[in-house]
Design a protein around this ligand. Structure first.
Ligand SMILES: Nc1ncnc2c1ncn2[C@@H]1O[C@H](COP(=O)(O)OP(=O)(O)O)[C@@H](O)[C@H]1O
Ligand SMILES: [Mg+2]
Length: 393
């Protein structure tokens, strides 16, 4: 099939997944040794794709997806929001692997409804009972999947996508959840992904230090941006697939603006090809804006759920004013003069390290900070921060 590199959904085949053979082999190695893996990297760098492609090449492994990327933008959620996502994943697994069919009975029994309601995801019936479904029940289902996998000479991979969102779920104990799998599920490994790298790391470190998990660790696989060369190759190859001739200048500009983030490159390639094929005018600014809007949404969500949104917004605007980078005292002075604040260095330091943990600001040296280098992120952050300040004044 042609026109694949510029598909804007996660990839699931190696041939559509550009230049990540090394990472695929690494993740495979971890899984085949029955260790746990954490795939870390900023948004749109290819984490979900990496896990999908890798699992696709492991026919003896069945997967149970728990997609926490579906969790919304509020500060906290009750357990049943998690249970719902979990049951959705479990049903996907059960439907894909017929030998796992009987697991639907276990879920149905626990909820006191028909297995067919589970398989059809009949939320009217499931909904009200969901509140009684707790971490132990989740683990019970995983144990059952582990055991049917074993009976069928298979292994189970539990894939928790965007694991940092687990922090938003009240009453869910990740440590004991993982511990139960370690203890009872011989045939199961866990793979997690995390976009807010610092936050995900914090969660993993915490889990690893907890007693029940002592001595175990997640093997970290870090996905980095493409370098200039690879970005260029990616675009050239993608346009070739689409059968479209593109000026070197266009490619060079795109490489500069999107700074090695595959998700942006794919979005750009797709929009550009579409416009050319259907004789629409192509405007790279419009594509940039579309991309920036996504970042803006992400950052607004972060602001809404944080305790000092206005401060964070001010820091972003101060950095932007400083030409996108500055040291602590420069940022402090700009924040204080521009917004008539009186923020001290120590407090600012704290706020900055949170922004770094989430990847909205990059630490470039001792006491030196910068906005991320790709244009959509810079524009999106600035836009969201401006709107926030305006709303607050
Ligand atoms: N190496 C790659 N080759 C081709 N497309 C990629 C690659 N990495 C990411 N993409 C594309 O970028 C987008 C984001 O990828 P995804 O796996 O969803 O990233 P993440 O899970 O890190 O946010 C998707 O459209 C995906 O197809
Ligand atoms: Mg993802």
């Amino acid at each position: 099939m042609a026109e694949i590199l510029f598909d804007t959904r996660p990839k699931s085949r190696r041939e559509d997944f550009f230049d990540r053979n090394k990472e695929i082999e690494e993740l495979k190695d971890v899984i085949l040794h029955k260790d746990f893996a954490a795939v870390l990297g900023i948004r749109r760098i290819g984490k979900t794709s990496l896990v999908k492609v890798t699992l696709n090449e492991l026919p003896d492994h069945i997967s149970l997806p728990i997609n926490l990327g579906k969790i919304g933008n509020k500060k906290s959620y009750p357990m049943d929001v998690f249970s719902r996502i979990f049951i959705e994943g479990a049903v996907e697994t059960i439907k894909k692997y017929t030998f796992a069919g009987k697991v639907s009975k276990i879920i149905a029994n626990r909820l006191g409804i028909d297995p067919s309601d589970i398989l059809e995801l009949n939320w009217v019936k499931i909904g009200i009972k969901l509140r009684e479904f707790n971490t132990q029940d989740v683990n019970e289902v995983i144990r059952a999947l582990d055991s049917v996998s074993k009976d069928n000479k298979k292994y189970l991979v539990v894939f928790i996508d965007e694991v940092q969102n687990i922090k938003k779920v009240k009453d869910f104990d990740l440590g004991s959840f993982l511990h139960d799998i370690y203890e009872w599920c011989e045939n199961t490994v866990v793979v997690v992904s995390g976009s807010f790298v610092g936050v995900a790391e914090e969660i993993l470190n915490q889990v690893e230090e907890e007693k029940p998990f002592f001595g175990r660790k997640f093997f970290r696989i870090k996905l980095e941006r493409f370098n200039e060369e690879t970005s260029k190759e990616f675009l050239s190859e993608g346009f070739k697939e689409e059968g479209i001739k593109v000026d070197d200048k266009v490619i060079e500009d795109a490489v500069k603006h999107f700074d090695g983030i595959p998700g942006w490159l794919a979005l750009f390639g797709r929009s550009y090809s579409y416009a050319v094929k259907h004789s629409h005018p192509v405007d790279i600014k419009v594509i940039l804006k579309e991309a920036a809007k996504e970042v803006s949404k992400d950052f607004t969500t972060f602001l809404k759920t944080s305790n000092s949104p206005t401060r964070y917004a001010e820091i972003i605007l101060a950095l932007s004013r400083l030409g996108n980078k500055g040291n602590l005292s420069e940022i402090r002075d700009v924040v204080n003069s521009l917004f008539k604040e009186n923020v001290e260095s120590s407090r600012l330091n704290e706020l900055l390290s949170t922004l770094v943990k989430y990847g909205f600001v990059i630490k470039v040296g001792r006491g030196k900070y910068a906005l991320p280098t790709d244009l959509p992120t810079k524009i999106g952050l600035r836009h969201s921060a401006k709107i926030w300040i305006k709303k607050m004044s």
